[in-house]
Design a protein around this ligand. Sequence first.
Ligand code: SAH
Length: 229
Amino acid sequence: MILSSLLLLFSNYKSNQDNYWAAREEMVKTQLQGRGITDPATLYAMLNVPRQEFVPEHLKQFAYMDRALPIGHGQTISQPYLVAFMTQTLGLRSSHNVLEIGTGSGYQAAVLSKIVDSVHTIEIVRALASSAGKKLADLGYSNINVKAGDGYHGWPSKAPFDAIMVTAGADTIPQPLIDQLKNGGKMVIPIGPAGGVRQLQLVVKKNDRIVTKNLLAVRFVPFTRDEKN
Ligand code: SAH
């Protein structure tokens, strides 16, 4: 494991040198590997997505800190550890078709897109959906579809999904998302009462029934229902 991690770090060294490379490498080592993120695909993705590009200009210097950051419209980009933890939990393979609810800055979608063939992501704040879509296209991510809308309904025409990640805190698991998950598929979603600490839940669908498991206490911006402009 240590050897493969070292190889992973080394193999990417040359092609990914930007001004933030050292900070990103340090983030992967201390915040992720240091806290039990071991999935090579997740580590690879976290090492290769330039997080600084997804935060407002004046916050770039904080992009690799162990914290969430504001991205405008009252929303936040999650702390790197949580992004990696949620990604690792889904047990992704390259052939997977993945749905994310809560595009926000587009960062989490970019991380997923480094691992799987296709990512579909829905954002309820229209301005964020459009800025994330533009950002992802500018950075050359070609396997991500961004849609503005209420993610409660999922994306029926792109279903079924091998994995679904919800990055806003809901009170219950939306039934359409359960319906659009493949048998054997996994979903991660923060569940709990509004305004409080929620439980990040792993939802596994087996024989058309779901089994849920609490993974971690988390704080997330709320899952909302009315589309905003
Ligand atoms: N994954 C994002 C962070 C998301 S913050 C990133 O990497 O930057 C959570 C996002 O969920 C916010 O942008 C919020 O507007 C969005 N959201 C909340 N309720 C939603 C809903 N019902 N459908 C789609 N997006 C929603």
